[in-house]
Ligand binder design. Structure first.
Ligand code: SAM
Ligand code: SF4
Length: 439
């Protein structure tokens, strides 16, 4: 979502003469778009601001100016604290008001530092300009923001605010525009994307399944994905969309976080491990080839060795194609941060290592099982070798292939020939014209 927001900020600043540059040294304005989800991400901002201070000084010695803005969830959570801790910062702008960046830059010209962390969410999407270009054939589109679930470890409800869904009409218009600009795949985004309940053209609230069916009617659009989903919001309509809708890719990120009911309850996830197993069963019955991925938190307060083993056993049962796992990071203001029974860092680290060994083995096995199979790849960028393109499989794996006459934006059928550490090698399936991959 930060990638989507950064692109929108560039769109907002474009009419005011700003265009993206590759390195901060070439910039008149630097926007750090930040993440507050774990402490490490938040702390990175302050070390980056140290670099910006040196750059600003160097530029001012040459008589040049540099505006430094902090955007995103760290801006939302820390607000004025950022201006106090880092005097290099000129602008602090929360994720719901970045459409006001030009006004804030104008205030700076009058000598005032600017801080805005309001939550007028409806405003933002109405005020944002249309996208003028896409970065490649795979685009993002935010359909939902914020969260009302209040998991006890998570800052999102505080930094992104209450759940809000954009209207079907507004999303469809943006999807058509992205497609006209060259997008062939769109990933629908939301902190809790399957809680989507936007106003439909019939005046009813539409769920994500219905929205996906509507967007699948857009001609040039070939693939749809969505992320991130909550198990509790995986309704029948959405599962049926996985069964029926060819354009909806058979890959689902469905975070479970932990496999112990006691931990799930302490996290306020609102479901048990068995609820999750049954849900996965229903999804796999509807779409047998679906690949699943998940997020995991290890070392949540009071997590015992037995609780952690329940996570390992759930992982063994579900068998994930890919996963993201983290040590629990106490976040200021969240209930779990105040819990008395915090798990020592060394225990967290040791559990994370064991979990990741299992998850990596499953991901490797999934990729290995693709070798010899024919799959469709959407080519997204040039590879390192002449004539080679890199694309994505339906399961989101990076695939390298000699692309023949295919170009970026094409979908081609390939046969997977090789599993590499983070990608697959493949050859085009074009009968006699098939070429071997040189990697
Ligand atoms: N809404 C999604 C859900 O409910 O599963 C997750 C969105 S959250 C922005 C992304 C991931 O960050 C979570 O799934 C969780 O694994 C991780 N995360 C959130 N807060 C965390 C914390 N305090 N410590 C470690 N990981 C955290
Ligand atoms: Fe955070 Fe997801 Fe829980 Fe919402 S549902 S509070 S975004 S982890």
């Amino acid at each position: 979502m930060n990638a989507y927001d950064s692109a929108r900020m560039a769109d907002v600043m474009a009419p005011h003469g700003f265009a993206p540059v590759d390195v901060p040294e070439d910039a008149d304005m630097v926007v750090l778009n930040t993440c507050h989800i774990r402490e490490k991400a938040a702390e990175k901002v302050y070390s980056e601001l140290g670099r910006m201070r040196a750059l600003k000084r160097a530029k001012s010695e040459k008589g040049e100016r540099l505006i430094v803005a902090v955007a995103g969830c760290v801006a939302q959570a820390e607000g004025e604290e950022i201006l106090r801790r880092a005097d290099v910062v000129d602008i602090v702008v929360g994720p719901q008001v970045y459409h006001r960046l030009p006004e804030m830059v104008a205030r700076l010209a009058r000598g005032e530092k600017a801080l805005d962390t309001e939550f007028p969410v409806v405003d933002k999407f109405d005020a944002l300009p249309e996208a003028k270009s896409v970065e490649g054939p795979a685009a993002f589109l935010t359909v939902q923001e914020g969260c009302d679930k209040f998991c006890t470890f998570c800052v999102v409800p505080y930094t992104r605010g209450a759940e809000y869904s954009r209207s079907v009409a507004q999303i469809e218009e943006e999807a058509r525009r992205l497609t006209d600009l060259g997008a062939r795949e769109i990933t629908l985004l939301g902190q809790n994307v399957n809680a989507y309940h936007g106003a439909g053209p019939d005046g009813q609230a539409w769920g994500l399944g219905r929205l996906i069916r509507r967007l699948a009617r857009i001609d040039g659009l070939k693939r749809l994905r969505y992320t991130t989903s909550h198990p509790r919001d995986m309704d029948d309509e959405l599962i049926a969309a996985h069964r029926d809708e060819e354009k909806l890719m058979p890959y689902l990120h469905l975070p479970v976080q932990a496999g112990s009911d006691a931990v799930l309850e302490a996290m306020n996830r609102g479901h048990t491990a068995d609820d999750y197993r049954r849900l996965v069963g229903r999804i796999r019955a509807a779409r047998p080839d679906i690949a699943l991925s998940s997020d995991f938190i290890v070392g949540f307060p009071s997590e015992s060795e037995a609780d952690f083993e329940a996570t390992l056993s759930l992982v063994r049962e579900i068998d994930y194609a890919q996963s993201f796992s983290f040590k629990y990071s106490p976040r200021p203001g969240t209930p779990a941060a105040a819990a008395r029974k915090q798990v020592p860092e060394a225990v967290k680290a040791e559990r994370l290592e064991r979990l990741q060994a299992l998850l990596n083995a499953q991901a490797d096995a999934f990729s290995q099982a693709c070798v010899g199979r024919e799959i469709d790849v959407l080519f997204e960028k040039a590879g390192r070798h002449a004539g080679q393109l890199i694309g994505r499989s339906p399961y989101l794996q990076a695939v390298h292939a000699h692309a023949g006459s295919h170009k970026i934006g094409d979908i081609a059928r390939v046969r997977v020939t090789q599993k590499m550490s983070h990608s697959l090698g493949a050859e085009l399936v074009t009968g006699a014209a098939a070429m071997a991959v040189a990697l």
